[in-house]
Each structure stands twice: as C-alpha cells, then as structure tokens.
Write a protein that binds this ligand. Structure first.
Ligand SMILES: Cc1cc2nc3c(=O)[nH]c(=O)nc-3n(C[C@H](O)[C@H](O)[C@H](O)COP(=O)(O)O)c2cc1C
Ligand code: SF4
Ligand code: SF4
Length: 208
C-alpha cells in the first residue's frame, strides 16, 4: 500500500484516533481526535482554539496518533503515525463539515464554529500493524518527504547459520535457508529474542 492508502484507512476506516501531544512540563497528554480528511499533502483534523490541545499543538508542532479497527485484539489493525503538524485555519473547514456531517450536531451553526480551526499533519512516519494475519503483518510508510528510518532487527554477515534465532522466534519469520539468515521485516514483532540469543552477535537493532 502506498502512503495515500494508509491515510485513507485512517480517515475512512478508523476515523477516531488517540492523539498524543506534549505539555509545557514535557509530559505526554492524549485525547481523542477524529481524522477527517486526507490528500497527498497529509491528514486533516479540526479543533477549537480554546482547547489545551490547541495550545500543545501550537507550542510543539508535533503529534503522534494511534487508531485501531477490529472486534478484539486478534482481529485488530492498528495504524500509528508521528509527525509535524501545522495550523491551516478555516480554509478547509467547510469541506471537513461536508465530509463529516455529524459535526453539525456538535457545532450547529456558523456562530458556534467561530473558534474552530483546521490542522494538517504534513510530514512524518507511520506504521501499519495487523494482528489478524498469521504471521502478523507490519509495514512502514512516510509522508511529506520524511526520512524513511530503518526500524527493527537485521542480520549481518557475522551470522554463522546456527539457527538458534529461529528456535526462539515467536512468528517464525526468519528465513534460515540462507546464510546469513534473513528476517522477514513485514512479519517481525520486534520482540528482540533473536538479538538476545544470537551467539555470534550477528543481529543489530535499528531505529530510534
Ligand atoms: C470520539 C471522539 C472524537 C473527538 N474528536 C475531536 C476532534 O476531532 N477535535 C477536537 O477538538 N476534539 C475532539 N474530541 C474531544 C477531545 O477529545 C476533547 O476535547 C479533549 O478533551 C481535548 O483535549 P484537551 O482537553 O487537553 O484540550 C473528540 C472526542 C471523542 C470522544
Ligand atoms: S542465532 Fe545468530 S548466528 Fe545463529 S543463525 Fe541466527 S543470526 Fe545467525
Ligand atoms: S525480533 Fe522477534 S519476531 Fe522479529 S525476527 Fe527476532 S525473534 Fe522473530
């Protein structure tokens, strides 16, 4: 899937997400926020200027979000996204109300919408994590030219082919038919069992 498909999934299939921002004390604060629209330039949501959430967005210019869809854990897809956010004001407000008519119940007329403003998430990194698949499926995506940071565990040439990593891998997502063995990144939990057990220290951990 390309980035647009992930954004579409967030808006049309998940819609209500949990968004984390950071307050003036450097502590994380979460709140429920609807992702109301998307395009090649990013994801769009609205908020009211009087909210603390607005202040946190303006002071940091960054957020992280997670949304989930599914009946229970083992049928669930989660999409997470972290990135830069900017206020674009009222320019897209009407469109967001047209696409999300339930908003008329919350802010019924023009006067009540005075405080509303639209934000765009325009650059960042996301992750798709699907627990309904066996083995699990994950994928990364980027928006707005953000650097695609390599995440997870990778096997180097130091591998001696002992296959101990495979014996401890909960998803059996290590291809042991070659040396060095190869971790199938789109099925890996990032649990680190392989890294810990490898006698040759052949596995490296990448990412943040
Ligand atoms: C399902 C759901 C969706 C919500 N969507 C939004 C939204 O899109 N924009 C918004 O400003 N508040 C939304 N809210 C309300 C915020 O979560 C709430 O105002 C929160 O308290 C804001 O954080 P703050 O109190 O730190 O400002 C939503 C609440 C729920 C339950
Ligand atoms: S445990 Fe280490 S050395 Fe053994 S197969 Fe796995 S990566 Fe290679
Ligand atoms: S990190 Fe865990 S799931 Fe991924 S390859 Fe290593 S043992 Fe398997």
């Amino acid at each position: 899937m390309d980035t647009l498909k992930y954004l579409e999934y967030i808006v049309n299939e998940i819609h209500s997400t949990v968004v984390a921002t950071v307050d003036d004390n450097g502590l994380p604060v979460t709140c429920a926020i609807d992702m109301m629209d998307y395009d090649e330039q990013g994801l769009y949501f609205l908020t009211a200027k009087g909210k603390k959430f607005y202040d946190r967005l303006m002071s940091r210019g960054y957020l992280s979000l997670t949304g989930m869809k599914g009946e229970d854990t083992m049928s669930c897809v989660a999409v997470s996204f972290g990135g830069k956010v900017r206020e674009i004001g009222k320019e897209r407000l009407e469109r967001l109300f047209e696409k999300n008519p339930y908003m008329n119940e919350i802010y019924p007329n023009a006067a009540s919408r005075a405080a509303l403003t639209v934000f765009q998430i325009y650059e960042g990194n996301g992750e798709w994590f699907d627990l309904s698949k066996k083995p699990i499926e994950r994928a990364g995506f980027t928006l707005g030219g953000a650097e695609d940071v390599k995440q997870g565990y990778y096997v180097t040439d130091k591998c001696i082919g002992c296959k101990l990593c495979y014996s401890k891998c909960p998803q059996k997502c290590i291809d042991i038919s070659t040396k060095p063995v190869v971790i199938r990144q789109n099925n890996c939990l990032h649990c680190g069992n392989c890294f810990t057990i490898c006698p040759a220290r052949a596995i490296v951990k990448c990412g943040y």
